[in-house]
Design a protein around this ligand. Structure first.
Ligand SMILES: Nc1nc2c(ncn2[C@@H]2O[C@H](COP(=O)(O)OP(=O)(O)OP(=O)(O)O)[C@@H](O)[C@H]2O)c(=O)[nH]1
Length: 538
């Protein structure tokens, strides 16, 4: 018993609980996977969208940024061929010539709208400048350390972005070698103010960085002169030697390299003023013909928010699907349970129907037995009396005749004694078959008791009944001796009576039939006697 219970629990564990737990685990893992995939997918898509958008803005920035420099690119060449300027370079100690050159540069600077125009001799010292009369005049100052000077001497021309060592204003420097025939006189320099063009759009910060990665133009003033990442030692040395950001270079925006995404895009962590680091998407684009980069930094917080909302939507969708699944499963199991119950009910119904049928047959059998004589198979006395009572009712109501035959085997005791009780039974069965054969539908023939039979004949007069009685008597008498009873001559005596309307029930009629039977016995047996009270033929 105990082991059976344990086995059942084990089966239940194996077939119900374990697969369900595994299914739940698989669904949970799959759901988490889908949520994670939708989160990363939306994040990647949003980054790609931002990057595409940033690319357009950076292209625009790089076109607009150098436009002023391009506009003034003719100037150094022009200056290099100006006689007044050549004269000043040739004779830097001639005050009149230098004055003329200063005045010329001043006027030209005013007219062209450049920031500064100046001439450097071969040692890099300013001979004449457009701001010669200002407090921070460049005249007399040496700029041999600036790349625009060295590059012009080496290549004939130079370009350079830097903070003004004297003015402390950022600018774009264009330089050109001044020559007279084969003789080099000096270098003409144009400084142009650079400004970050307004491109509109509020998403992100624009930065222009130089070869060392230092931002020199930024949409956020506090990010100016800060490298995005720490500069390399070589770049730092270079910056020092050219005094490019003299006194203004600040700490890097990010303390480490970012996570590279696609070409020109990475995620960097910038530490804000409050010391809290946040992720930014950095998209970079090289500005044509320069070592500069145009950069766009966009906060990742919005991207993360969008991805989170997407992932939450996916999670909600999955939760809804799972709930639907659970509901459907419950519905299915309920439908299955209902079907099972219906089948059980149908089975019970069928069994009940079968039992009912058996009971019906049994009760029919009992009823049949209760009204049948077991030896002869004829109706018994009780059934006869019931039927005869009903016949009396009809005869009374309609005034129709009703006759009775009381049939008794002659010397039956002797048959029993001579041939045995079973032989007597066989004779009784023979008599029953004769009676049944001679009566018609509507008549009731029954074993009245012992060796006595009774027949009720509705719509029949005593006269007609006596004729039937005679026929029965004759048939019995004509029966050959049953097997094993050689020499036996069977006979019956019959008393006939007709019901009288004044009689309360059939009992009276039976008594009269019995009297007629007695008369028949008395007359020598094997004959028919009609109750004297009834005239033959009525
Ligand atoms: N074998 C057999 N005998 C029965 C049955 N019922 C009654 N008897 C016998 O029938 C006999 C009737 O005998 P009696 O009443 O003396 O009548 P009888 O011998 O036929 O004489 P009469 O009627 O005067 O001709 C009795 O011996 C009963 O035992 C039965 O079912 N089977």
């Amino acid at each position: 018993m105990k082991t059976k219970g344990l086995a059942a629990v084990r089966r239940r564990l194996r077939w119900r609980i374990v697969p369900r737990a595994a299914l739940v685990a698989v669904l949970l893992v799959a759901s988490a996977g889908v949520v994670w995939l939708s989160y990363t997918g939306i994040r990647e898509r949003e980054i790609a969208r931002l990057q595409a958008n940033a690319d357009g803005r950076l292209r625009q920035l790089s076109q607009l940024l150098l436009a002023p420099a391009e506009r003034y690119s003719y100037l150094p060449n022009l200056l290099a061929n100006y006689r007044i300027l050549n004269d000043a370079l040739r004779a830097p100690h001639d005050a009149a010539r230098v004055r003329a050159a200063n005045a010329f540069l001043h006027q030209l600077n005013e007219r062209t709208g450049t920031s500064l125009l100046y001439l450097l001799d071969l040692r890099g010292t300013t001979v004449a400048a457009s701001n010669w009369d200002a407090a921070d005049s460049l005249v007399g100052r040496n700029y041999a350390f600036r790349p625009y000077f060295t590059n012009a001497l080496r290549d004939g021309a130079g370009r350079f972005f830097a903070m003004g060592v004297t003015s402390h204003k950022p600018g774009y420097y264009l330089s050109y070698l001044v020559k007279e025939g084969e003789r080099t006189l000096g270098v003409a320099v144009v400084k142009i103010d650079l400004r970050l063009p307004d491109l509109g759009g509020s998403n992100g910060e624009m930065l222009v960085t130089d070869a060392a990665g230092v931002a020199f133009l930024s949409s956020r003033p506090d990010w100016n002169y800060r490298p995005i990442r720490p500069v390399t030692p070589a770049a730092a040395a270079q910056l020092r030697s050219t005094r490019q950001y003299e006194g203004v270079l600040k700490a890097p925006l990010a303390s480490a390299a970012g996570r590279q995404l696609a070409a020109g895009a990475e995620i960097v962590r910038l530490r804000g003023g409050d010391g809290v680091a946040s992720a930014w998407l950095l998209v970079r684009r090289r500005i044509a013909d320069s070592e500069w980069n145009a950069n766009l930094l966009m906060p990742m917080a919005r991207v993360e928010d969008i991805a989170r909302v997407g992932a939450l939507t996916a999670a909600a969708g999955i939760a809804l699907l799972l709930m639907l699944g659970v509901l459907l499963a419950q519905l299915r199991s309920r439908v299955r349970e209902r079907k099972r119950s219906r089948r059980r009910l149908e089975r019970a119904h069928r069994a009940l129907g079968q039992q009912n049928e058996e009971l019906r047959l049994l009760s029919e059998e009992l009823r049949r037995k209760s009204i049948t004589d077991s030896l002869t198979g004829m109706a018994n006395r009780a059934f006869f009396l019931d039927s005869a009572a009903a016949m009396v009712g009809i005869a009374k109501r309609h005034g129709t005749p009703l006759a009775l035959l009381l049939v008794d085997a002659d010397h039956f005791k002797r048959i029993n004694d001579e041939y045995g009780h079973p032989a007597g039974d066989a004779v009784l069965q023979l008599l029953a078959s004769v009676l049944t054969a001679q009566t018609r539908e509507g008549d009731v023939a029954a074993r009245y008791g012992g060796e006595e039979f009774i027949v009720a004949l509705p719509h029949t007069t005593a006269q007609a009944a006596s004729e039937l009685a005679e026929r029965i008597r004759g048939r019995v008498a004509a029966q050959p001796a049953p097997p094993g009873m050689a020499g036996l001559r069977l006979s019956v005596s019959i008393g006939v009576a007709q019901y009288r309307p004044e009689e309360a029930d059939i009992g009276e009629t039976i008594r009269r039939a019995d009297a007629a039977l007695y008369a028949a016995k008395h007359a020598g047996r094997d004959c028919v006697r009609v109750d004297g009270g009834v005239a033959p033929g009525t």
